[in-house]
Every structure is written in structure tokens, then in C-alpha cells.
Design a protein around this ligand. Structure first.
Ligand SMILES: [Zn+2]
Ligand SMILES: [Zn+2]
Length: 372
């Protein structure tokens, strides 16, 4: 679409990145960012399945993202791979690519693309809240900022994750004979909940659903302090009394829960701000812990980038686009099919069932994404 020979002397953001049916594309550098279909060359922001798909020719990402993709998809997930550290740059046909921490999960990166003095940043998923399991979000000034919008409504204020962990520990103290089952997405959220429990001083072994074992071991191998974990599979009912077990959200409504003594069901998710959501999923102990920026996080970040143009993707696009317009920023929704909140889409790991039982889709709720 963009022919370099016919460019006006002043380059515009859309000369660097354009929307394409498979995601955002840099025609100048010949690559896509988080493409939703197999492409020749992909730059991947992070390993969640809606952003990181198998089957691309060449993949550029952080080492952690490449490793996590390998864990999930197997050795042959891409034709070739190239790891790029945070702050390191690589040039592809006149487009300079730099990765910056996104604060979302281990290895998550914002992709900055620069050409002719103009910079665009595709943030992937991000949060500007503290997380002991990944590098903190780095603000990168730019001309065009592509933001996610998972929790882009003013009702979404995630609050302090430590306070949510205290709720869990309080319940554990109140019901020492019961098992506490915490639904948490297998990649990122589960490890963050474990790390937060350790920060709060909880040092007993934490039990895991088998679907989380490989990823949790990988986090530990990267130096994240998660303490001792055990597989719930090998434990008796008596062992599990008074303990905390983490499982993928779908496993909470599964036969799997029958091994636990009188379980208290908790769920760690930004969606737990919505009470109807917690009720609908039979969650007795909702824990508002999100790996996405909340409304304040999104709007403050968008403002602080200094970008004059904002593209909004996956989630509550309209509210954020409107907010941008009221501040004189040029903004539009991207409308790329295939992105979503990983918790809405479901855990790919759940399909690797623990004990041969058919995988449960019991909590696969609708993907309306309106948070109601
Ligand atoms: Zn994500
Ligand atoms: Zn996402």
C-alpha cells in the first residue's frame, strides 16, 4: 500500500504501521506485530495465545516469549527465531525495532518502531501496576500509541493486589479445615498470585493443577521467587485441608475439585470487580487481580506517551476512543478480529487434562467482552 518512492517528505504514523486483516503490519520493515494468521515475519509482544500463534516463518521476541511459545507449541512453532533483549534494537529495511517492558507477564514487551524520526509503539497488553514476576512497564514517548482496552471503562479500578491476597489469607485463617481453590490463568496470573502470596509471608507449599506445572517451573528457572509448589494430583484430601491450590479457571467447575475438602472457590481476575460475574461463576471469594491496566492506568499512560494519535484494540474501544477525542487526540478502534482477553478466551493448557478426564468447558462464558 505504501510505496516509499511516492512518500511525501513528511512521514506519517500510517506510513510505518498499517492495519491489515492479520494484524498490524509494517510494510517498510516487512513484518506484522502479533499477527492473528501465519505470516512470513512476526514480532510478538508476549506469549498469550491471542498474540502469540504458531506457524510464522520468522519470529522476533524476547527470549522469555520465545521460550514460553516453545513450551506451549513445541520446538517447531516457527521457521526461525530471534531473541531481542529490552532496550536492544534491530533494523529491518529502514525500520528500527526496539522492545520495551510492558509489565503484563514475564517477557512481555511493547514494540517501538522508528523510521525517519517518527516513532510508533504497539504496547500489546500492559499494566503499570507492580508485579514481582516481570519487569515494570516502561513509558516510551511516541507519535502513535497502540493501546489495549480490556478494562477501558471507568468502573474498572483494580486497586491494590496485596489487599486482595490478604483477603485470601484471611479466609484461610478463618477456615483452616477447608481447601482454598484459586482460579488463575495459567500463564502469568498464576505465577503472580504465588509471588504475591510469598511477598505476604505465606511460606507453606502451594498446590498446583498439572496444567500450570511447566510454566511455573519456567518462571522459577528465570529466577522468579515462587517458593515450594506441589502437584495437587499427588495429594490426599487430608493433605489438602488448609492449603491453597491454584488451577485454571475452567478447572474450578470440574470433576477435578472433588478431591478437595469442602473447597472455597476464589478467582483472581480483573473481571471480579463485576459482582454479577463472580456470582455467575460461583466464586465465593473474588480477588480483583489483573494483569491489564485499569481505566486510570490506560488513560494516564495514553496521555503520558505524548502521542497525538491513538489506536485502540481488543476490548472496550469506544469509551477510550471517546476519552481521547475529548482531549483532542486523534483516535480510532482497530477492529482486528482475533484478539481478546486471555481469561475470556480460555486457557489453552486446560486441554492438557490432569487425570485423563475430558477437559471441562464449564466456565467458557461468552466472549462479549463488555464486562457486564
Ligand atoms: Zn496478554
Ligand atoms: Zn491480549
Amino acid at each position: 500500500m505504501v510505496d516509499r518512492d511516492y512518500l511525501s517528505p513528511v512521514i506519517r504514523p500510517e506510513d510505518i504501521l498499517v492495519r491489515s486483516p492479520s494484524g498490524v503490519c509494517c510494510e517498510l520493515g516487512g513484518f506484522h506485530i502479533d499477527p492473528t494468521r501465519p505470516v512470513e515475519r512476526a514480532v510478538i509482544t508476549h506469549a498469550h495465545s491471542d498474540h502469540a500463534r504458531a506457524g510464522h516463518g520468522a519470529v522476533l521476541a524476547t527470549q522469555e516469549t520465545l521460550d514460553l511459545m516453545r513450551l506451549r507449541y513445541g520446538e517447531a512453532f516457527a521457521g526461525s527465531t530471534q531473541a531481542l533483549a529490552y532496550g536492544e534494537s534491530v533494523s529491518l529495511a529502514g525500520a528500527k525495532i526496539t522492545l520495551h517492558p510492558a509489565g503484563h507477564i514475564l517477557g512481555s514487551a511493547q514494540v517501538a518502531v522508528e523510521a525517519d524520526g517518527l516513532r510508533v509503539v504497539a504496547s500489546g497488553d500492559y499494566k503499570n501496576a507492580a508485579d514481582p514476576t516481570c519487569a515494570p512497564f516502561e513509558l516510551v514517548g511516541c507519535d502513535l500509541f497502540i493501546t489495549e482496552a480490556t478494562f477501558a471503562l471507568p468502573v474498572f479500578r483494580h486497586g491494590d493486589a496485596h489487599a486482595e491476597i490478604e483477603k485470601l489469607l484471611h479466609s484461610l485463617a478463618l477456615f483452616p479445615e477447608r481447601a482454598h481453590l484459586v482460579g488463575a490463568y495459567s500463564l502469568g496470573k498464576a505465577q503472580r498470585v504465588i509471588a504475591l502470596l510469598r511477598q505476604a509471608g505465606y511460606d507453606a507449599p502451594i498446590y498446583l493443577h498439572g496444567a500450570m506445572e511447566k510454566i511455573t517451573d519456567y518462571y522459577i528457572s528465570r529466577g522468579i521467587a515462587l517458593g515450594e509448589s506441589r502437584l495437587a494430583r499427588g495429594a490426599t484430601k487430608a493433605n489438602l485441608a488448609g492449603t491453597i491450590t491454584l488451577g485454571p479457571p475452567a478447572a474450578l467447575n470440574d470433576l477435578w475439585t472433588r478431591r478437595f475438602p469442602d473447597p472455597v472457590a476464589a478467582f483472581a481476575s480483573g473481571w471480579m470487580r463485576v459482582r454479577a460475574r463472580a456470582r455467575q461463576q460461583s466464586v465465593a471469594l473474588p480477588l480483583v487481580i489483573s494483569d491489564h491496566a485499569d481505566w486510570d492506568g490506560l488513560t494516564s499512560t495514553v496521555g503520558a506517551t505524548g502521542a497525538g494519535e491513538i489506536w485502540v484494540t481488543h476490548g472496550q474501544e469506544d469509551a477510550l476512543v471517546h476519552w481521547c477525542a475529548t482531549r483532542g487526540l486523534k483516535a480510532r478502534p482497530l477492529d482486528i478480529v482475533g484478539y481478546g482477553d486471555e481469561e475470556e478466551i480460555g486457557d489453552t493448557e486446560v486441554n492438557q487434562s490432569e487425570d485423563g478426564a475430558a477437559p471441562s468447558r464449564a466456565d467458557t462464558h461468552d466472549q462479549d467482552g463488555n464486562g457486564s
